[in-house]
Design a protein around this ligand. Structure first.
Ligand code: NAD
Length: 410
């Protein structure tokens, strides 16, 4: 199954519970627009580098489309389609006035110099500037893109359309980014877990054990917030390797190590662990926070955690999802768990439109409110409909997007 098929599998499962008509189902699944562009730049050595860029706009019934840009060799139309549709459902789960989009460039950014990366980003904006915009489609950071990349996007777009900070979120705070945006996805994921632990009468983060896959923006912030709350992060892995310590890793020191060496591997005082072993470690909570499709039918039976906190997008394949459900493992789904990033992106966009800055306390409190309200609705749907959290999240999202679509008229 492709990434888009995977998302639509979950969509259809929820649609069956809702008794959605096949016509509405087809309309909601169908993407609004798919764009594929040539991004050719002059490399530092004078040669021509040709890359392919993508932007998929999935649904705009509830507002401007919103979603990240990923720079990774696996980026293609299917991946962008799947991730764009996830954004439609995610923005609806946390009730933001946005639709869904996603995109990126098929490139390994480690092979480019900073100047090449800047040229690549600016060229991509020149190719897609007429389909993005503050009221149309607002990109944001994702895998291998960061605040600096967002600053280049804002600058290039503004050269063509006039000063437009609201065209992109996740910008540096000095360039009208929002306080709290960098850590928002990680913070939101930990709020989601806390809501669940409280809601299910399972206590708190303190004293529990965690394994985190991915130590970039999302994984490193999840680990920091868990550590701050007294959680024991016993294993962490990234693309270059992993480290484990049953006594719990010193996360602030690990963050420093990873900044210096660009990997968690080799952190002193712990054992090495592979990504495969990390996923099946005996911990209370497993946190996939890297790429998609890492929990599959090949390893789902071996997952020993009782809770999977999906900080990454689409880390669990549909077959693995069924296996985990049969085994009584609670999966808190991506379209709820990692919605903190787009929620604070919404606050950033709103601040840019109002030309006003919010203080971080307000941002954190509002983020927690969004995560809390969404959890309360999801938990009620889980109880009333006897469904998983994922199906509940899709029911909630499809209801909101479906009503907006029908009210606006076809
Ligand atoms: P990032 O580029 O900052 O970090 C990615 C991390 O994953 C790095 O530590 C990298 O080494 C690791 N990784 C890459 N390939 C790997 C592999 N094969 N095995 C193990 N680790 C690997 O990206 P990010 O922004 O932290 O995004 C991580 C996930 O969270 C993605 O699924 C993304 O779509 C999702 N997400 C991100 C945001 C956001 O605000 N950045 C919001 C919502 C969801």
């Amino acid at each position: 199954m492709s990434g888009f098929d995977d998302v639509n599998y979950h969509f259809r499962k929820a649609a069956r519970v809702m008794d959605l008509s096949p016509h509405v189902e087809r309309m909601l699944v169908t993407p609004f627009r798919e764009v594929k562009v040539d991004v050719s730049i002059t490399l530092d050595n004078g040669e021509l580098g040709t890359f392919i860029g993508y932007r998929v706009q999935h649904d705009k019934s509830r507002g401007p489309m919103k979603g990240g840009l990923r720079y990774h060799p696996t980026v293609d139309l299917d991946e962008a389609l799947g991730l764009a549709s996830l954004m439609t459902w995610k923005t609806a789960v946390v009730n933001l006035p946005f639709g869904g989009a996603k995109g990126g460039i098929a490139v390994d950014p480690d092979t480019l110099s900073p100047r090449e990366l800047e040229r690549l980003t600016r060229c991509f904006v020149q190719q897609i500037h007429d389909i993005i915009g503050p009221q149309t489609d607002i990109p944001a950071p994702d895998v291998n893109t960061n605040a600096q990349v967002m600053a280049w996007i804002m600058d290039e777009y503004s050269k063509i359309h006039g000063f437009s900070p609201a065209v992109v979120t996740g910008k540096p705070v000095d360039l009208f980014g929002s306080k709290g945006r960098e850590e928002a996805t990680g913070r939101g994921a930990v709020f989601a877990l806390e809501e669940h632990l409280r809601g299910a009468g399972l206590g708190e983060v303190r004293g529990r054990t965690f394994a985190v896959q991915g130590f970039g923006n999302v994984g490193s912030w999840v680990a920091r917030f868990l550590h701050e709350r007294g959680g024991k992060v016993v294993a962490v892995a990234d693309a270059r390797g992993g480290v484990a310590n049953p006594e719990g890793l010193d996360i602030p020191r690990l963050v420093e190590h990873a900044k210096r060496t660009r990997t968690v591997a080799g952190f002193p005082g712990c054992d090495a662990i592979t990504n495969e072993d990390l996923l099946v470690l005996g911990v209370d909570v497993l946190v996939p926070a890297a790429l998609g499709a890492v929990i599959t039918d090949a390893n789902a039976r071996d997952v020993r955690a009782r809770i999977v906190l999906e900080a990454a997008n689409a880390p669990t394949t549909p077959k693995a999802d069924e296996i985990l459900a049969q085994r009584g493992v609670t999966v808190l789904p991506d379209i709820y768990v990692n919605a903190g990033g787009v929620t604070v992106s919404y606050f950033e966009w709103a601040q840019n439109i109002q030309q006003f800055m919010w203080e971080e306390d307000k941002i954190t409190a509002e983020l927690q409110r969004h995560m809390r309200e969404a959890y309360a609705t999801l938990a009620r749907l889980v109880r009333e409909r006897s469904v998983s959290f994922r199906t509940a999240a899709f029911i909630l999202a499809i209801g909101r997007v479906g009503r907006a679509t029908v009210l606006r008229g076809v």
